[in-house]
Ligand binder design. Sequence first.
Ligand code: 5MM
Length: 336
Amino acid sequence: MSELNNIALKILNDGKGILAADESTGTMTKRLETVKVTSTKENRLLFRETLFSASSMTDCIGGVILYDETIKQETSKKNKIPELISKMGSAAGIKVDTGAKVLAGSPEEKITEGLDGLRERLKEYFKLGAKFTKWRGVYNISKDYPSKLSIQSNAHALARYSALVQECNMVPIVEPEVLMEGEHSAKECFLKTSEVIKKCFEELILHKVDLKGIILKPNMILAGNKSKDKISNEEVASLTLKCLKNSVPSEVPGIAFLSGGQSEIEATENLNLINKNNNTNFIMSYSYGRALQQSALQFWSKNIHDIEGTQKIFNHRAKMNSLAAKGKWSIEIENQ
Ligand code: 5MM
């Protein structure tokens, strides 16, 4: 088994998943402002350190995606953040894209940037203790979108990024996110997501990326948030499984979903149903940002020094998602 495959499996095995704590300063500031906490470097660190030292890090969180600011910060006990994460039994990862910018030629769409100088930045992150990385391409759905141009250019960037990351002995998380915003039906989401993922793998193969050493981070198949089309959680699970079965090569060891604006419970319930009905060989787990942090952040904002209270809420969410990653979650356990 290759070293990269080992890392990917270690992150996702036994009901473990990923905590996406890689909000850029702009996004984190928005999140903190929503709960009326000032977005200082110290406050961002305090919240994140509280999560990273919670007990569920050992059993439920196989990896944490960090932002550049965080991977270079020190904890209150003067440990480097990647050291704390590894001491808790988890792996540190790093977001290496520099954000989604307007796509020239199709200004209503986005292209993710960050390839220039990436090889050098990767070496630095590896030295800081990163075992894996993340790059997110974003696509919006409407009558004309995502365009061929956006599907092709984001796939190309994801593949060039992945090849560079593997060259540096880290596991690339490949995140093509088809957004939930819009009036589209679940069927449209299914068709567009399938097209996007297939193109990503075409490019990954062209760039000679070892598919056994990546983790795919896709969206689930959902109807748009302004759609008249309402589908059940069972249908979300079956469409998501059908899409991934048809578009992901069997070598890929694991899939870790993003939550994409679903509520915490919805994201857990859908993951649980996906695993209950999993007719693929892929590990199906989570790489949630909002769906792992929302309640903990709300609680923490009332008293930013209540570490134990905040960790209790985070541990519960992590435990629920870990059960869902094994298809063993239920609403009764959720409410116990
Ligand atoms: C944590 O948020 C990440 C994006 O941050 P920026 O927009 O500031 O770069 C994002 O990529 C995240 O990792 C995924 O979208 C998953 O997060 P959700 O909240 O959708 O589960």
